[in-house]
Write a protein that binds this ligand. Structure first.
Ligand SMILES: [Zn+2]
Ligand SMILES: [Zn+2]
Length: 131
């Protein structure tokens, strides 16, 4: 049977359902992810056909680089999604998912850019840039 996970933004205007394997959680420590969310990114990466978004009109897409876009709720500001013209998937913030997620951390990326105000103290693989 397919795995199903539900998630939403803080105010509930954006709700979504993810069907199928969600893999593990990627932690991105780059400065853009930290500025947008207030700390590092923690996302699952799924295929776009795995996600059904309700209230998509409420999602604002901020173009943060030439090819990538960061989706957030236009009402409450919750960071929700990341997508790129160069990648067919969509990254979804693990923090927006309903518990229990059943997910585990996979690895850390852009560790070279991480903030100096915290340590990474788990045993997951670390990559200086992307994986
Ligand atoms: Zn919202
Ligand atoms: Zn990042």
């Amino acid at each position: 049977m397919d795995e199903i996970r539900h998630g939403r933004c803080l105010c509930g205007n954006v709700q979504f359902k993810i069907t199928g394997d969600a893999g593990g959680v990627t932690f991105c420590h780059c400065s853009m992810c930290r500025r947008q969310t207030g700390h590092h990114y923690a996302t699952i990466n799924v295929k776009r056909e795995q996600i059904e978004i309700e209230g998509e009109d409420s999602v604002n897409w901020y173009q943060s680089s030439e090819s990538s876009y960061r989706g957030f709720c236009g009402r409450c500001g919750s960071a929700l999604f990341w997508k790129s013209d160069r990648w067919p998937g969509i990254a979804v913030q693990a923090g927006s998912l309903d518990a229990p997620t059943g997910l585990k951390g996979k690895f850390h990326i852009f560790v070279a850019d991480k903030g100096d105000y915290y340590e990474i103290d788990d045993d997951l693989p670390q990559f200086a840039q992307s994986s």
